[in-house]
Design a protein around this ligand. Structure first.
Ligand SMILES: [Zn+2]
Length: 278
């Protein structure tokens, strides 16, 4: 199986592959710049080359890049929206330079300006980014918990965005198990997982699903709260994860942990490997 964890880029992006390998992973997720700022220092071409060499030598992949948290493509404030587009475009460019398979981002919040307008703005922003940056990285919309006016907690909303994008073959979705659970999809048992997958298939098509963020949830079903818990320490619990990682529709996909780091050994990595059949 392909299993990764979100790891730090402290000390340089080229340090990240070895960091993930040491945890027992063969895939990884990183930020391509500081996730809480608009601008990052320029990506050094030598660092990017070293990074790609490390990825190859350590046989790591896929590589998932996560966009910065400040991005809100649906913001009614023109300035915030423009900054978001520039930032995501920059992350997309970096993703290409690093040879990333996927760039994941949260669609955005309409902050009172209406769901339809928000969806329109997101699709327009994606179209403009795709028209300016050409690379082989797939842009993945991540499902969210549905707090406040956020867009993308239900698959039909993601579908409504994708419908309006011209180059659909450059898009996909990343399913976060914690977000899905607190958005009302009960992933703690097989029936709930099947129900979610049939909705996903109906509203979007399973082919769009490219990556799974595998996180437990600190908050209960349908709470619309977003806080990741270590596996088995949240409401999805280990029975849920055993079903998810072995499900015939999901087991071939890359799984990425976004749980807090441990001091030395990563218990979440060990748990996944122990729950995996065959
Ligand atoms: Zn996530």
């Amino acid at each position: 199986m392909r299993l990764g964890k979100h790891v730090s880029i402290a000390g340089g992006i080229d340090q990240a592959p070895a960091r993930a390998k040491k945890l027992g992973c063969n895939a990884l997720q990183i930020f391509a710049k500081n996730p809480r700022g608009w601008k990052g220092r320029k990506l050094n071409p030598k660092e990017a080359t070293r990074f790609k060499k490390e990825m190859q030598e350590l046989e790591m992949g896929p590589l998932v890049v996560h966009a910065t948290y400040l991005v809100n493509l649906a913001s009614p404030k023109r300035e915030h929206r423009d900054k978001s587009i520039i930032s995501l475009e920059d992350d997309y460019f970096r993703s290409g330079e690093l040879g990333a398979d996927f760039l994941v981002f949260h669609p955005g919040s309409h902050t009172g300006s209406g769901l339809e307008t928000g969806i329109e703005r997101i699709a327009e922003a994606i179209n403009s980014i795709l028209s300016r940056v050409d690379n082989n990285t797939l842009l993945l919309l991540e499902n969210v918990s549905g707090a406040g006016t956020s867009i993308g907690s239900k698959f039909n909303q993601l579908h409504d965005i994708i419908k309006k994008v011209k180059e659909k073959n450059r898009l996909g979705i990343c399913l976060d198990t914690c977000h899905a659970f607190t958005a009302g999809y009960d992933l703690s048992n097989r029936d709930g997982i099947n129900k979610m997958l049939s909705e996903l298939d109906r509203d979007l098509g399973l082919d769009y699903l490219k990556v799974i963020h595998i996180n437990d949830s600190k908050y209960p079903l349908d709470s619309n709260k977003d806080e990741h818990a270590h596996l088995g320490e949240g409401y999805i619990a280990l029975e849920g994860f055993k079903e998810i990682i072995n499900h015939p529709d999901l087991r071939e996909l890359p799984f990425i942990l976004e749980t807090p780091p441990f001091q030395d050994k990563d218990r979440d990595v060990e748990i996944i490997l122990s729950l995996r059949d065959g």
